[in-house]
Design a protein around this ligand. Structure first.
Ligand code: SF4
Length: 219
């Protein structure tokens, strides 16, 4: 499997944060700038809360695209790069699963980070076209979503769509295979979920390898 090189960047630990569990080996993925027309998007009320539109991060050419609900903090209050718990736990799980983070692109249902209450259904509906356009451009071989919010957004026609119901199986979204697992923050809060989380990421790793192999056999 071809690696796309070290596109992530190790960042310094901001003062006053507990990064002892990082073991010094995790870091922020490189952020991909949003298209110019999206940078000024005001389709929903989050345009009044954000500091900027976060389009995605990681290897922008990756054929494996992960979907989180919304961007977490990337900088602390002083503007220093900051590794949030979501990213730290995600990277921990990926490392345990042997999933090369250089082969992954991470994006979000909502491209703006909420900082206070907002109309969630309206924001999700408003932002979905951005995700659809992004995936048309990225042409992922495999999608992987985290948490019930993503499960509900991708499968609104499934009653009570939840990770618990949908994980383990592969589904399809807009013609692309998609798997699901728990949100990294849920895993952080309930460490007993880590084994399941890693198991799902191993399944993802295998699925992606199979898709890559099929693609190269078809060329
Ligand atoms: S969350 Fe999405 S739809 Fe709402 S302002 Fe941000 S980019 Fe636009």
């Amino acid at each position: 499997m071809e690696s796309n090189g070290a596109l992530w960047t190790l960042m310094e630990q901001p003062e006053g944060t507990d990064m002892t569990s990082n073991e010094g080996s995790f870091g922020l993925f490189t952020e991909e700038a949003a298209p110019l027309d999206v940078q000024a998007c005001d389709r929903c009320e989050l345009s009044g809360q954000r500091t900027r539109v976060i389009w995605g991060e990681g290897n922008s050419n990756a054929r494996l695209v992960m979907i989180l609900d919304n961007p977490g903090a990337r900088e602390d209050r002083l503007g220093n790069p900051f590794l949030c718990s979501t990213r730290e736990t995600l990277q921990r799980g990926m490392r345990e699963a042997g999933l090369d983070r250089n082969l992954v692109y991470v994006t979000f249902l909502l491209k703006c980070r909420p900082i206070r209450a907002y109309n969630k259904p309206a924001a999700r509906e408003a932002c979905l076209p951005h995700l659809q356009a992004q995936l048309l451009e990225k042409r992922p071989l495999v999608l992987f979503g985290f948490g019930n919010v993503v499960a509900e957004a991708l499968f609104p026609w499934k009653e009570n769509a939840s990770v618990k119901e949908l994980r383990r199986d592969w589904h399809e979204w807009q013609g692309i295979p998609v798997g699901l697992t728990y949100h990294p923050l849920a895993v952080k809060r309930r460490p007993n979920l880590m084994n399941i989380f890693v198991e799902d990421l191993v399944s993802l790793n295998n699925k992606f390898a199979a898709c890559l192999s099929r693609q190269s056999n078809n060329q």
